[in-house]
Ligand binder design. Structure first.
Ligand SMILES: [Zn+2]
Length: 467
């Protein structure tokens, strides 16, 4: 039987994860992510998909992040109407993430039309909030560690990947009349770092794959060994001394909860002042509640939420702001405070408005705590831009810029190699995905050097291979 894998995203880049698995006449999509970042990448969200959405039998999602799930409403809009399998916690997070993504698409189109800075006239959203809500109807929650079958030829087991709540790697067992083989998708892989393991579990080890797709976000880098809590306490203390706000652009899901956890730890130990902490993100607030609700998710450290009487993610003065009105009121406050807001790469969400308002103020501190994709506003700011463009306006940057790398939800190359060392035999073919070219190539070299695996390569966009 003809079994093919076609790479529709996350090739030589970190966004747009999408893999088309065709088994005879059946078509499956593993991950359904949005491209994010530079215009030429985002333009791909408008491309015709190589496979007709109407002919896709099912979608399987590794986790809820938009670069793995955010194309789903577009797929449904273009005619897909099959089941979408994802872990139960991922389904809960998608109920927050996808409608928000639709809202952001509409907002971006609105601002583009208002200020006339779009190349498209008029600028249109990729999909709307309502279309995203409609797409949720296709979700089919699956339990992690419980195998399920899509048809006789394809059996899948999701294993926790330790990346965020609900995150998984996929063990796919394929068969036809003549052969059986295993295809493994790593999804995004978490960490083995002791400070991260205060909250998360490490990725599940896998011992066998005939074909392997492995992520390489940090394939060329090592996370710093400096303690995250030490760095954070210094940065918060200095921000308070500057007398302004500390803005923390952060993914609403995962990173925001991690920040709340560390800030509470530091306040409890009297290592930072008791300044107010605003989680200015309705989705972040809902996600924080989901973390508590799915406390048994295999990605989380067991019994995590039994500590702290349910206030594990709340500092002494933590405020969850939901309405836009409450968010705007933060502009009127000039005393030191911490604002945690999405999006993590400053491409959308409430953080953009806070940046526009506070970047020109030298008392402001901006702290980056996550990966910044190439060409994103976050990357420009982190790398020291003197000005950035927000909603068609030029905003001067006088704020103090800081970053902490060690908080990543992705393993560095040591951690990726540690996970790969669980394989008892070399996969026949290893595909390096979800990384910039330099990260792809560095991880490939390290795998060849350390494991001597044959056929390790980083596929290009739209490459297709026969399995
Ligand atoms: Zn992710």
């Amino acid at each position: 039987m003809n079994i093919r894998l076609t790479f529709l995203g996350a090739t030589r880049t970190v966004t747009g994860s999408k893999y088309w698995l065709s088994i005879g006449q059946k078509n499956y999509l593993v991950d359904c992510g949005l491209f994010q970042g530079p215009d030429e990448l985002e333009q791909r969200n408008w491309d015709h998909l190589s496979v007709n959405p109407k002919e896709i039998n099912a979608v399987i999602l590794t986790h809820a992040h938009i670069d793995h799930s955010g194309y789903l409403p577009r797929l449904v809009k273009n005619g897909f109407e099959g089941p979408v399998y994802a872990s139960d916690a991922t389904c809960a997070l998608l109920e927050l993430l996808l409608p928000d993504s639709g809202h952001l698409q509409e907002e971006e189109a609105y601002f583009a039309n208002k200020k006339g800075y779009s190349r498209h006239k008029p600028a249109l959203p990729l999909y709307t909030h309502d279309q995203a809500v409609h797409a949720l109807k296709f979700l089919r929650p699956v339990k992690i560690n419980q195998p399920f079958s899509l048809d006789e030829q394809l059996h899948i087991t999701m294993r926790s990947a330790g990346h965020i709540l609900g995150s998984t790697l996929l063990e796919c067992d394929l068969s036809d009349a003549n052969r059986k083989f295993r295809l493994v998708f790593s999804g995004d892989l978490g960490r083995y770092d002791p400070e991260i393991l205060e909250v998360m579990r490490p990725p599940t080890s896998v011992t066998h794959a005939d074909y392997l797709l492995v992520e390489s976000t940090y394939g060329d880098r090592e996370h710093p060994h400096a303690s995250v809590e030490d760095q954070l306490s210094t940065i918060v203390t200095q921000a308070v001394e500057r007398g302004g706000a500390l803005l923390i652009p952060s993914f609403a899901i995962g990173r925001s909860q991690q920040m709340l956890y560390y800030l509470r730890e530091l306040q409890e130990q009297n290592r930072i002042p008791d300044i107010p902490v605003y989680l200015d993100s309705p989705m972040g607030v809902d996600a924080t509640q989901a973390y508590t609700r799915f406390g048994n998710d295999p990605n989380l450290k067991p019994d995590l939420f039994k500590r702290g009487n349910g206030s594990l993610l709340r500092c002494k003065h933590t405020y969850f702001t939901r309405s836009a009105e409450e968010s705007k009121q933060l502009n009127e406050m000039s005393d030191p405070m911490i604002i945690v807001a999405a999006s993590g790469m400053c491409e959308g969400g409430r953080i953009v408005h806070h940046l526009k308002y506070r970047l020109p103020d030298p008392r402001t501190t901006v702290l980056f705590v996550g990966f910044q994709g190439k060409g994103t506003r976050g990357q420009l700011l982190r790398d020291g831009a003197d000005e950035v463009h927000i909603h068609g306006e030029t905003v001067p940057v006088r704020a103090h810029i800081e970053s902490i790398e060690g908080l990543s939800a992705h393993g560095d190359y040591h951690e990726l190699l540690r996970w790969l060392s669980g394989f008892e035999q070399a996969p026949k073919q290893t595909f390096i995905v979800h990384g910039e070219p330099v990260a792809n190539d560095a991880l490939k070299a390290k795998i060849e050097q350390q494991f001597h695996w044959p056929s390790v390569r980083a596929p290009e966009y739209l490459n297709s291979v026969q399995l």
